[in-house]
Structure formats: structure tokens, C-alpha cells
Design a protein around this ligand. Structure first.
Ligand code: PMP
Length: 297
């Protein structure tokens, strides 16, 4: 349930009932997927409601808007303030925050619209991929070519690919898809990054065809702080054979174990893997039970 009759959203400067928030039938974003968004989480912490890495998320929203030429008329600080206000107005503490920068302008031409709109919604959302280790399958749908729409921009239109990849995997009885890049290397899931544990170390795909997620970066920091070696490198699906384990990371999914990728089963129970150790550190970090990682620069 994303909203009910008492839910408020923020739309273009006003807090209003979600039921009244509309966008016209000729909005450019609706027709062409020309919009960008963020997925952010707030947590109840001993110091009150705290949005995890608000600055990083809203800087990425600004980057995404710039990357596609969509005006965004709010600073990182204003976006953060609106988020806290919207959470308070909806009496939410542990919540998911979804800002969407879009073009409501009736504009059917394939040129940038010249003006932008902002919607922000909040709702309570459990771990996006659940709590059970996932059975993944390599998707027949690849990640988009990085020389098309900038891949590190969270552009709504990219997610048509994610929707069909995830639905196709579920249609074959798996929990989620794992997408390759255009060169056949393992890239990421439809909405989460992917890590592998092998020989006591972790590796994950480098930038290029993936969204280098904020959770991914946090996990890399937590791992390095714990003395775990993490390498960002290209790897093919056959390297998954003999791995100890794997896990996915994302703001919505948080950290979730992977039980198998097609016929490759990870024999070690997730609880005994580095992924589980890092999942616990991540949970402690976001809920304010431990200090942020001091990252060496
Ligand atoms: N990859 C994709 C394609 C995503 O949509 C997401 C979710 N934003 C991620 C990775 C994880 O990113 P983050 O950790 O910043 O949520």
C-alpha cells in the first residue's frame, strides 16, 4: 500500500493529498520515460528519524537531471528539508523516499522541455527483495549500452529494461534477474548491485555498465574497514563456480544474500559469509547503532 486517503505528497512546491496529485495526459515524461528519480531510505535512530546519505542521493538526483538536461529548481539542502518535512507530515520514520524529477509540460517533441517538475512521495517499504536468499538467473536482457543515455543517471526510461528483465526471470520461476553488460560480463540486478565472495575476498563489477550504488559504495567502505579486500573488476558468469557466496545491495533491497545463479549453488549458508557480516554492519550503520566509516582519502 503506497498511499491512502490521508497520505500527503510534495508536488511542485505544495504538500497535497496523494489522491489529488496528478500530471496531465500530454506530459512529456509520461510518453517518453524522460524523468529521473531517487530511492532513499530514512531510519528510526536513537537520535530520531535520519535519512541515510541524503546528500549523496540528492547530489545524484542533480547529476541525473544535468545528464539529461532536465531543470531541477531545488538545492540538495532544500530537497533534504522537504524530505524530512514530508516524513513528519506522514508520521513516518522507517520509510522509503521517492523523489521524481519530471516534465509535466505537454511536449510531444523530442527535445528537452525547458522546465521541470518535482514530485516526492514517502511510504513504508520492507526490504525490496525480501529476507530470503535469492535464486537468480542470468537475464537474456543486457544492461543498456553505456554510450546511450548516461548509465549512472537514474533515468526512468532505463527501468523499462529492468522491469522486463525482472518479470522474465520471475516468469521462469526465479526470484530475480542478473544482467550482463554488452561484453558478456556480469553487471548487476534490475535495481541492485551484485557482489561475489571467493577465496576470502569480494569482487564486484566496476563502473561502466552499472549504477555504482550508494549502498555498494557503503559496503565497499565497510568491508575495507573490516580488512576485507574488495576488487572492482570485470568477471564472467563462469567465475561464479566455486564462489563461497554472493549478495546484492541497494537502498530498497539493503543487503540480501544470493543462494544461486542458475545452476551454480553457493554451498555456504549465507549466515556464514562475508555478505552476512556486512549486512549486519550496514544495518547497524543506517540505524545509528555505529559510527560512520572513516574513509581514507
Ligand atoms: N543498480 C540499479 C540499476 C539500481 O536501480 C539501484 C537502485 N538505486 C542500484 C543499483 C543500487 O543503488 P543504491 O545503492 O544507490 O540504491
Amino acid at each position: 500500500m503506497y498511499f491512502d486517503s490521508s497520505t500527503l505528497v510534495f508536488l511542485d512546491g505544495d504538500f497535497m493529498p496523494a489522491e489529488q496529485a496528478t500530471c496531465g495526459a500530454y506530459a512529456q515524461s509520461l510518453h517518453y520515460g524522460y524523468a529521473v528519480f531517487e530511492g532513499i531510505r530514512a531510519y528510526a535512530t536513537p537520535g530520531g528519524t535520519r535519512i541515510f546519505k541524503a546528500r549523496e542521493h540528492y547530489e545524484r538526483l542533480h547529476y541525473s537531471c544535468q545528464a539529461i538536461g532536465l531543470p531541477l529548481n531545488y538545492s540538495v539542502e532544500e530537497l533534504t528539508e522537504i524530505s524530512y518535512e514530508l516524513l513528519a507530515k506522514n508520521n513516518l520514520s522507517d520509510a522509503y523516499i521517492r523523489p521524481l524529477a519530471f516534465a509535466a509540460t505537454p511536449h510531444m517533441t523530442l527535445t528537452t522541455p525547458g522546465s521541470g517538475n518535482l514530485l516526492m512521495a514517502v511510504w513504508h517499504w520492507g526490504k525490496y527483495l525480501g529476507n530470503q536468499s535469492l535464486r537468480l538467473t542470468i537475464s537474456p536482457y543486457e544492461r543498456p549500452n553505456p554510450k546511450a543515455v548516461p548509465i549512472e543517471a537514474k533515468v526512468s526510461g532505463h527501468y523499462a529494461n529492468s522491469i522486463i528483465a525482472s518479470s522474465e526471470a520471475k516468469g521462469r520461476g526465479f526470484d530475480e534477474a542478473l544482467l550482463l553488460d554488452m561484453n558478456g560480463y556480469v553487471a548487476e540486478g534490475p535495481g541492485a548491485n551484485f557482489f561475489v565472495e571467493k577465496d576470502g575476498e569480494l569482487f564486484t563489477a566496476p563502473g561502466g555498465s552499472i549504477l555504482r550504488g550508494i549502498t555498494r559504495n557503503t559496503i565497499i567502505d565497510l568491508a575495507r574497514e573490516a580488512g576485507i579486500t574488495v576488487t572492482e573488476r570485470f568477471f564472467r558468469p563462469d567465475e561464479l563456480r566455486g564462489a563461497t557466496g554472493a549478495f546484492m545491495t541497494g537502498t530498497a533491497a539493503e543487503v540480501i544474500g544470493v543462494a544461486s545463479v542458475d545452476d551454480v549453488l553457493f554451498e555456504t549458508p549465507f549466515e556464514q559469509t562475508l555478505g552476512a557480516q556486512l549486512a549486519a554492519s550496514y544495518s547497524a550503520l543506517v540505524t545509528g547503532q555505529r559510527e560512520p566509516v572513516a574513509v581514507a582519502v
